[in-house]
Design a protein around this ligand. Structure first.
Ligand code: F0G
Length: 455
C-alpha cells in the first residue's frame, strides 16, 4: 500500500511554551479586553489563530540569511538579494521595499488615486479599502455571485465578476479608474483562490481600456498551488511557474511579506512604470525610508528573499493546503457551517448560520469568536459587521493558520473546542458596540454582551 499520510515537512528545533488558563480566568480577561479579542495580551491565548500574518515560523535557512544581513543605509547587498528573489518570481521592473503590505498600499493609492476615483477589486482587504477611502476614492468589491452562498463549493471562489467589471467601466468611464486590483487569494471572501483564466480575463479587460492591473499578492503561493490542483493544464507546472505566469498578466503588485513571504515583517510594491516608480520612491523616502531598505532592516530583506522561495516549495504547499482542509473538513462533517471549500490560509465559520438567533447588528461573528476564546482559549477574528459595518455581506469568523507553527494535535484540539461550542450554540448571545474609531474600528472597538453568554 502506498503511504498517504501527509506530514509536517519540517522538524522542530526551537520551541515556545503556550499557557492554559481556566474558563473563569478567560471570562475576566475578556471583560478587561472589552469583548474585543484584539485587546487581549497574547500570553493569555492558548492557540492564536487571529492571523497568519507575521506569525509564521522561520526556517534555518532564513535565520542563517538573517546573519548575513547588511545594514548599510544605501546600496546594501541585502537589498540586491531581496530584489533578485522578488524579480525572479514577480517579474516587475521596480521593486520598492516597505515595512508591510499596507505601507505599499498607502504609497500606491496616495500616488495614483484621487478624490472621486473608483478602485475595483474581487474583494478589498480592510486596509486596502481604508487606504483607498483615505484619499477620497471609492473601493468597489466585484466578487462572483457564488461568494454569497458560503456553503456552496466552487474551485475558484476568489474570482472577480468580469461582466460586472466591464459594466462598471462602461458606467463610470475608465478615467475614474486608476487601476483594477485582484487579491490572491481572496482573503475577505474566504481565503479562496483566483483562477488563471479569471486573471487573464481581467487583464484583457484592463489592457483593452488602458487601465493598469495590479495584484494584491499576499498569498500568491497558496493561490498558485490551488491552480496547480484545480485548473486544467497546470498539473505539470511548478507553483513558481504558475506564479510567474500570473504576475506576467499584470503591471504591478502590492505585497505583504508577512504572509507568503514567510517573514515576521515586511512588504513591497512593484511596478513596471518608470515615472510612477519615481513618484513612489519619493514618497517612500518621506515616510518609510531610503529605497534600498524602505522601513526594513537588511536582515528582514534577507529573510524575505529566502522566504518567498520557500513558500513556493511543493512539499510545503501540499502540507499547508492539507492542514487547513483537515480543520475545515473535521468540523463541517459534524454540521458546522463553514465557507466551502476550505481556503488556503484559513477556515471561515459562517457565524450568521451558526448563530441564526443573533442578528447582524448584534455582531454574530464577534459573539462566536468570543465564545471560542471562553471555551478553549482560541483566538480568531471576526470578518463581518464589526469590520465592514454596512458593507459586510457576511458575518464570518476566521481561523487563520500561522505558517509552520502548530502541529496536528493543536488542530485536533481546535476541532474539539469548535464542536463543543457548536453543541451549546443556542446559549450564545449578541453584543452591542460601546465605542468605535472613525476607521478600521474593529481593532479598538469596545463592546458589551447583551446578555450572559452561558445560562
Ligand atoms: N492585503 C491582504 C489581502 C491582506 O490579507 C493583508 C493583511 C494586507 C493586504 C495588508 O498587509 O498586514 O502587511 O499591512 N492581512 C492580515 C490578515 C493583517 O490578518 O489577514 P499588512
Amino acid at each position: 500500500m502506498p503511504i498517504t499520510t501527509i506530514i509536517e515537512p519540517f522538524r522542530i528545533k526551537s520551541v515556545e511554551p503556550i499557557r492554559c488558563t481556566s474558563r473563569m480566568q478567560r471570562e475576566q480577561l475578556l471583560r478587561r479586553a472589552h469583548y474585543n479579542l484584539f485587546m487581549l495580551p497574547s500570553e493569555d491565548v492558548l492557540i492564536d489563530l487571529l492571523t497568519d500574518s507575521g506569525t509564521g515560523a522561520m526556517s534555518t535557512e532564513q535565520w542563517a540569511a538573517i546573519m548575513r544581513g547588511d545594514e548599510s543605509y544605501a546600496g546594501s547587498p541585502s537589498f540586491t538579494r531581496f530584489r533578485s528573489s522578488v524579480q525572479e518570481i514577480f517579474g516587475y521592473k521596480h521593486v520598492i521595499p516597505t515595512h508591510q503590505g499596507r505601507a505599499a498600499e498607502r504609497i500606491l493609492f496616495g500616488t495614483v488615486c484621487k478624490k472621486g476615483d473608483i478602485v475595483p477589486n474581487n474583494t478589498h482587504f480592510d486596509t486596502t479599502r481604508a487606504n483607498i477611502e483615505f484619499v477620497g476614492a471609492e473601493a468597489v468589491d466585484l466578487p462572483i455571485a457564488e461568494v454569497q452562498q458560503p456553503s456552496k463549493p466552487h474551485p475558484f471562489k476568489g474570482n472577480m465578476d468580469v461582466g460586472a467589471l466591464q459594466q462598471l467601466i462602461a458606467r463610470v468611464g475608465k478615467e475614474r479608474i486608476p487601476l483594477v486590483m485582484l487579491t490572491i487569494t481572496n482573503n475577505s471572501g474566504g481565503g479562496q483562490p483566483v483562477s488563471m483564466e479569471n486573471a487573464r480575463a481581467v487583464s484583457t479587460v484592463c489592457r483593452t481600456h488602458g487601465i493598469p492591473f495590479y495584484f494584491d499578492a499576499c498569498r500568491f503561493a497558496e493561490n498558485a498551488y490551488f491552480i496547480k490542483l484545480r485548473e486544467p493544464g497546470y498539473q505539470d507546472k511548478t507553483p513558481k511557474q504558475i506564479a510567474q505566469e500570473m504576475f506576467n498578466l499584470g503591471d504591478g503588485c502590492t505585497m505583504s511579506a508577512k504572509k507568503d513571504g514567510m517573514a515576521n515583517i515586511g512588504g513591497f510594491l512593484c511596478t513596471n512604470d518608470d515615472v510612477l516608480a519615481q513618484q513612489e520612491k519619493d514618497l517612500l523616502i518621506l515616510t518609510e525610508g531610503y529605497p534600498t531598505y524602505g522601513g526594513l532592516a537588511g536582515r528582514d530583506l534577507e529573510a524575505i528573499a529566502v522566504g518567498l522561495q520557500e513558500a513556493l516549495d511543493e512539499d510545503y504547499l501540499k502540507y499547508r493546503a492539507a492542514s487547513t482542509a483537515y480543520l475545515g473538513n473535521h468540523i463541517s462533517e459534524r454540521g458546522v457551517p463553514i465557507v466551502q471549500p476550505p481556503g488556503g490560509h484559513a477556515i471561515y465559520l459562517d457565524a450568521r448560520t451558526f448563530l441564526p438567533h443573533v442578528p447582524p447588528e448584534q455582531f454574530p461573528g464577534v459573539a462566536l469568536a468570543n465564545e471560542l476564546y471562553l471555551e478553549g482559549g482560541i483566538r480568531s477574528v471576526e470578518i463581518g459587521t464589526l469590520m465592514f459595518a454596512k458593507a459586510a455581506r457576511m458575518d464570518l469568523v476566521r481561523l487563520a493558520i500561522p505558517r509552520r507553527v502548530y502541529t496536528q494535535s493543536h488542530i485536533d484540539y481546535v476541532v474539539e473546542v469548535i464542536l463543543e461550542v457548536w453543541e451549546h450554540r443556542e446559549q450564545i448571545g449578541g453584543l452591542k458596540l460601546v465605542s468605535e474609531a472613525p476607521f478600521l474600528r474593529h481593532f479598538t472597538a469596545q463592546l458589551e454582551p447583551l446578555r450572559t453568554s452561558r445560562a
